[in-house]
Design a protein around this ligand. Sequence first.
Ligand code: AMP
Length: 190
Amino acid sequence: MLNLVIFGAPGSGKGTQSEILIEQYGLDHISTGDILRGEIKAGSELGKAAKGYIDAGQLVPDGLIIDMIEKVLGERKPKKGIILDGFPRTVAQAEALDALFAKLGTRVHAVLDLQVEEAELIDRLLKRGQESGRSDDNLETIQKRLGVYHAQTAPIAAHYAQQGVHHAIQGSGAISDITARIARVLDTLA
Ligand code: AMP
């Protein structure tokens, strides 16, 4: 099993790099943002509960997210491993994930922390908003999400550094160069 967390601020390239890693390493992809957007589209109870938080640039409460992840992990039964994208986003979620993985007899093997300058993040997200029409990719919500990232999500890096699995990756430049930096880290795990 190879369990990876792709980590970083909104717009740091988590989704883009995940797509490449899934192909290269045969991993299952779990993106909590994608799952939540699917739930909203489907009009489910979870979708209804999550929509207000997402549109306001806030995090969906830990309890809802942890229940959702537990269910998805149980359903998917990944063979080679998984890449978690957009989860965990709080230290409480990271601790819940550790416990969940321990129950399954596995762990997080590496956290790939994509580091990108704030101005570039805003630029990328505004562009994505124009192309995809994602409701939370507007300047006001982007700034709120970046604030939430610094306050609630960034502290997770220290949690994983303590476990010796945190890796900082320079996340700007060509997509293929960033993938190569990630591959160098993954090579050290083999
Ligand atoms: P993303 O697609 O990962 O940028 O997520 C979009 C939005 O979904 C976030 O701004 C949050 O409102 C919500 N979300 C996604 N993942 C999580 C999570 N792990 N914990 C709380 N909220 C989340």
